[in-house]
Design a protein around this ligand. Structure first.
Ligand code: A3P
Length: 344
């Protein structure tokens, strides 16, 4: 199937036309593939600063509604990505703190190569240092050469657990999954979409409609519950492989979780390092206040269109209270209890 997608065959276009469709919160279109919602198009063809690499995939994407945009990189990743036992995969739903998990993991793993004062994170955005499988690597090339990246390689992804390339599930590589309170996730995501108008002519839905869609599970890479549940079940099945993290826990006990992550991925801190305050140093360096104020994160764009600065908004727990009513919160609480009973 992936070869047919790569070639943009008519039958693939036809198949995609048969998939269930919905309007996303920002007015763009979504299609449902293996139980999850993916964008019909990732980019508006009208963008002039489209990254050059995108022209390659644009060549097979002539129509405005062709449905291949994110399929191609996801299917290419499924076909070509060969996980190594030493890999570390950072997986999240968008707006769960990916941009925080990246520097934390990078600093833990590379602390001997790059002392904080020489960290590449001082001059490059987290998403440049740790690329997304489907949004960077397999978006830019069908089969990128990732063999020569020094181990341990760190990649990020928003793919649901069942959509991951087989070799990630089958190898000994480690997966760090981070989720977030659904209400804060919802607000963070909505604000992000409002700020980055992916399609300039699309009309964002109002907050009540958007919230209703969220509760129905309609969102990019969603349903929220299924995404979280996929990784939660994988963690229960194999806790040595999948570490299940919550944004709120990391916020409240950052140093404890830095230690946990380090142990899980096989880079534990020695007593001496702990006594030297290395964990606190990493925690402070990766804090929202510090990292959001670095020049590299105030300028530049991700994938040529999304402002790097929009990955940093407030970085707080409970901001939803400024936007949602207690009734809305109650509705989500009931959903949480029915869908994720083991987790709440
Ligand atoms: P808010 O919109 O609530 O502020 P992602 O990286 O998965 O897209 O998630 C973005 C969310 O993580 C945003 O939440 C952003 O502010 C927050 N974030 C980014 N960097 C952070 C950091 N270093 N510490 C805490 N939160 C951070």
């Amino acid at each position: 199937f992936v070869t047919e997608v790569e070639e943009g065959k008519d039958e693939v276009r036809e198949l995609i036309q048969t998939l269930e469709r919905e309007i996303n919160w920002d007015g763009t279109s979504l299609i449902k593939y293996v139980g999850f919602w993916f964008p019909v198009r990732l980019f508006d063809t009208g963008f002039t600063d489209r990254p050059p690499q995108d022209l390659d995939s644009a060549a097979i994407l002539p129509g405005p509604d062709n449905g291949l945009s994110l399929f191609k990189p996801i299917l290419s990743a499924q076909k070509y990505f060969k996980a190594k036992d030493t890999d570390i995969i950072l997986s999240t739903l968008p707006k769960s703190g990916t941009t925080w998990l990246i520097p934390l993991t990078f600093c833990i793993v590379n602390r001997h190569t790059y002392p904080i004062a020489q960290s590449p994170l001082l001059t490059s955005s987290p998403h440049t240092i740790v690329p997304f499988l489907e949004l960077n690597l397999y978006w830019e090339q069908t089969n990128p050469d990732l063999e020569n990246i020094p181990s341990p390689r760190i990649f990020s992804t928003h793919m649901p657990f069942n959509v991951l390339p087989d070799s990630i599930r089958e190898s000994e590589c480690k997966i760090l999954y981070m989720c977030r309170n659904p209400l804060d996730h919802f607000i963070s995501y909505r604000q992000f979409l409002l700020k980055n108008k992916i399609e300039k002519d699309a009309k964002p839905l109002d907050i009540d409609e958007t919230f209703d869609m969220f509760c129905q599970g309609i969102q990019l890479y969603g349903p929220f519950w299924e995404h979280v549940l996929g990784y939660w079940n994988a963690h229960l099945k194999n806790p040595e492989k999948v570490l299940f993290l919550k944004y709120e826990d990391l916020k409240m006990e950052t140093t404890l979780y830095i230690k946990k992550i380090a142990e899980f991925i096989g880079f534990p801190f020695s007593l001496e390092e702990e006594e030297q305050g290395l964990i606190e140093e990493i925690s402070n360096f990766c804090s929202f206040e510090n990292i959001s104020n670095l020049e590299a994160n105030k300028k530049g764009k991700f994938m040529g269109i999304v402002e790097n600065s929009s990955f940093f908004r407030k970085g707080e727990i409970g901001d939803w209270k400024n936007y949602l009513t207690p009734e809305m919160a109650e509705r989500v609480k009931e959903l949480m209890e029915s869908k994720l009973e083991d987790l709440v």
